[in-house]
Design a protein around this ligand. Structure first.
Ligand code: UDP
Length: 336
């Protein structure tokens, strides 16, 4: 099993995963519709790996195109990233999210069934746990009603995959990926005003945004700000490689989910302080009101991934905030 189709392979997590696939002897083929990224990312991947990577500009909802790509490239497994991911936008435009995230998945699975490709790694999210009763959460923790259409697409996506018994599925529930490749040639590049914490921090430090607002300091946590499990995107990328290794060695696997986090909860203020300290700068920020829909605290019990996939996070918070800033500084000013 070598030839891997990576849908959304030019997105933030997808691009880092393509690099790690090459590093570990797999042959990635990318399909991406460029709806939330650009072709510059392909240049970055090719510069890091020193290899030409096959790329198709297609939407995963195009059944004929995806079927042909699977067949022409003799694909043996798929890593499915292609999806919309803005929580707030999904509340405003739910059908856009159900159409792309659910329609795209169903379409991809139809194409896989036709071409008899049964192996898939799926991008899920810790959002399926909602506001957990206790952290760390493990994979048996209750699934809570999703608080956005985006979150619901991840829950439904897992259910669809579990129902498709012809598949060999590993679903990875990501916690909060941050940071960039150590080369600073690929990283997170949100279009427009960032929603996520670390791109907002790096753009504020770069002078693109005037000030960061910390969303609430009245939570029941050690410093009053929310707690998340931040994980280096390269570690997350490697979890996909380990998932493919597992699938290859366990052809009878049907459907399994794994938490992919470090197991450490960090507050917003701890992230800010680490960013300032490691990069030796001061960030302009103030405390503002809570953001609607935010979970107070969640972090992972990632022992299942360790025990079964043989995966653990290797890179620490210092490397996460160092690489995020290096990437921001390496960007052309007109890239935003
Ligand atoms: N956050 C913040 N200011 C921002 C963006 C995010 O204080 O400009 C906080 C947010 O309230 C949450 C944490 O940072 O507690 C992580 O938010 P992010 O959107 O990155 O991830 P998610 O909410 O999906 O865990």
């Amino acid at each position: 099993m070598k030839k891997i189709l990576v849908t959304g392979g030019l997105g933030y997590i997808g691009a880092h995963t393509v690099v790690e696939l090459v590093n570990h002897g797999y042959e990635p083929v990318i399909v991406d519709d460029l709806s939330n990224t650009s072709l510059n990312v392909l240049d970055g991947i090719q510069a890091i790996t020193g290899q030409a990577i096959t790329f198709y500009q297609n939407d995963v909802r195009d059944l004929n195109a995806i079927t042909k790509i699977l067949r022409d490239n003799q694909i043996e497994a798929v890593i499915h990233f292609a999806a919309f991911k803005a929580v707030g936008e999904s509340v405003q435009q739910p059908l856009k999210y159900y159409d792309n995230n659910i329609g795209g998945l169903v379409n991809l699975l139809k194409a896989m069934q036709t071409t008899q490709v049964k192996n898939i790694v799926f991008s899920s999210s810790c959002t399926v746990y909602g506001e957990p009763d206790v952290s760390p959460v493990n994979e048996s923790s209750p699934i809570k009603k999703a608080n956005s259409p985006y979150g619901n697409t991840k829950q439904i996506g897992e259910e669809i995959l579990a129902d498709c018994q012809f598949l060999n599925t590993v679903a990875l529930r990501y916690f909060n990926p941050i940071g960039a490749h150590k080369s600073a040639l690929i990283g997170e590049l949100p279009l427009g005003v960032p929603n996520n914490l670390v791109p907002y921090i790096t753009q504020t430090a770069a002078g693109i945004r005037e000030k960061l607002t910390v969303f609430g300091q009245d939570y029941n946590t050690k410093d009053g700000t929310c707690v998340r499990d931040y994980i280096h995107v390269t570690d997350l990328a490697i979890a996909h490689v380990k998932s493919l290794d597992y699938i290859k060695n366990h052809p009878d696997n049907k459907f399994e989910v794994y938490n992919i986090g470090t197991g450490n909860g960090m507050t917003v203020l701890e992230i800010l302080q680490a960013f300032e300290q490691v990069n030796d700068l001061k960030l302009n920020y103030s405390i503002g009101p809570r953001r609607a829909g935010d979970v107070e605290k969640v972090w992972a019990d990632a022992s299942k991934a360790k025990n079964i996939l043989g995966w653990t996070a290797q890179l620490d918070l210092n490397e996460m905030v160092r690489s995020a800033w290096a990437w921001q500084q390496n960007l052309p000013k007109n890239a935003i």
